[in-house]
Design a protein around this ligand. Structure first.
Ligand code: NAD
Ligand code: ZN
Length: 369
């Protein structure tokens, strides 16, 4: 005799949130939170570089609004995206008396965003958090979409959760202090958005290279806003990363392999640039994309000062590709442009398999050219 007691837990959840963009927005966050509270106490989590640049001032602003807040920092750099740091942060949150009714403010680049979001997702089984991205990469990419994660020695982002922020506050004026190389690196993702989704935006980038590089306010605002809208549209279509969201990973299968081979010395956007040249070439050779447009993409990448090539040994590179989360049943999967502004699909599926044999041939052609 078996008894069956069913626990019914179907639920409809609304995880919608606003992305606010504006110069000088940072200062206004405490006032906005006073009007629309997220918790009884706030922990601002940031890194060692940003603590003095923006963290202390933001904490000050919270206090001016009589909001209960504390500031916690972790060493800057990818090494902080670890379970050890999550443990450290949980300790600090408890030490500062944060509880189930408190909230986290992630003030930083993708490292702080991924780490704080993940910590918020597990602290007391989940407390709300907001994103205050400070790098171009974080403002156009990592702060939106709710992917949170930490790395392990086996690889990047292997532990994590889908956990959406309650709000994203993007203040482009913070980019003025960002090292140039980091800024340029973030532009790789911006170019990616043009290639995968928006031809007009790609043309806009071609026409405004110098002003964008000089951080012209109007142009910067336009590229951030457009990138956010593209990411938002793709995430809305496929929040759980089951098909279409893979197009956001254009160039990323090779990029992740290159990052791994470089011992994570190259910046993410630099690897993505080289990755877009490689994925684009495979797209051309497999008949998805035209040679002309591939060359046009590469010219844009280069004119922003991003690399198109990195030294690697083909067999080692292929081995490193298998660590990608897009590998399915042992097969390497790529996403390919069909034209600038649109990605290719086969029977509605955007991830397209490539055999090792084909890959070897295409890579040799690239290396020899
Ligand atoms: P990062 O967070 O390490 O920041 C880069 C450097 O710039 C750091 O030294 C930081 O202290 C400094 N910095 C940040 N903002 C600054 C500012 N305004 N002024 C001066 N210095 C500043 O790097 P990142 O490129 O922003 O993020 C990379 C991480 O993002 C990776 O771990 C990657 O896995 C993750 N990521 C996540 C997603 C996602 O969807 N969650 C998407 C893409 C990347
Ligand atoms: Zn990326």
């Amino acid at each position: 005799m078996i008894e069956n007691i069913r626990l019914n837990l179907q639920r409809v959840i609304d995880e919608s949130y606003d992305i606010l963009i504006g110069y000088g927005l940072l200062e206004n966050i405490p006032l906005d939170l006073k009007r629309n509270p997220l918790g009884n106490k706030y922990a601002i989590i940031t890194d060692s570089n940003l603590k003095d640049l923006y963290g202390e001032k933001l904490l000050e602003r919270f206090r001016e609004e009589n909001l209960n807040a504390c500031l916690i920092d972790v060493p800057a750099g990818e090494e902080s995206k670890s379970l050890d740091t999550v443990g450290y942060l949980v300790g600090k949150l408890l030490e500062n008396n944060l509880d189930r009714k408190s909230a986290v403010i992630a003030l930083g680049g993708g490292v702080v965003g991924d780490l704080s979001g993940f910590t918020a997702s597990i602290f007391m089984r989940g407390i709300p958090y907001i994103q205050v991205p400070t790098t171009l990469l974080a403002q156009v990419d990592s702060s939106i979409g709710g992917k949170t994660a930490v790395d392990t020695i086996e690889g990047k982002n292997l532990i994590g959760a889908f956990y959406q922020p309650k709000k994203v506050y993007i203040d482009p004026s913070l980019l003025k202090t960002l090292p140039k190389r980091e800024f340029i690196s973030g532009l790789a993702e911006v170019i990616k958005y043009g290639v995968i989704y928006d031809r007009k935006f790609f043309e806009y980038l071609e026409k405004n290279i110098n002003e964008i590089k000089r951080l012209n306010e109007e142009k910067l605002l336009h590229i951030i806003r457009t990138s956010c809208i593209i990411k938002k549209s793709v995430v809305e279509e496929d929040p759980r990363d089951e098909n279409k969201r893979a197009i956001l990973n254009y160039g990323h299968t090779p990029a992740h392999a290159l990052e791994r081979l470089s011992g994570y010395k190259c910046l993410h956007g630099e690897a993505v640039s080289v990755g877009m040249r490689i994925s684009g070439w495979i797209a051309v050779r497999k008949g998805f994309w035209s040679l002309d447009e591939w060359e046009r993409q590469n010219r844009l990448i280069e004119s922003f000062g991003l690399p198109l090539e990195m030294d690697f040994e083909i067999e080692e590179f292929i081995k490193a590709l298998y660590y990608d989360k897009k590998v399915e049943g042992g097969t390497l999967m790529f996403v390919f442009p069909k034209c600038i502004g649109e990605m290719a699909s086969i029977n509605g599926k955007y991830k397209i398999p490539v055999s090792e044999k084909e890959l070897r041939i295409f890579l040799r052609e690239l290396v020899n050219n």
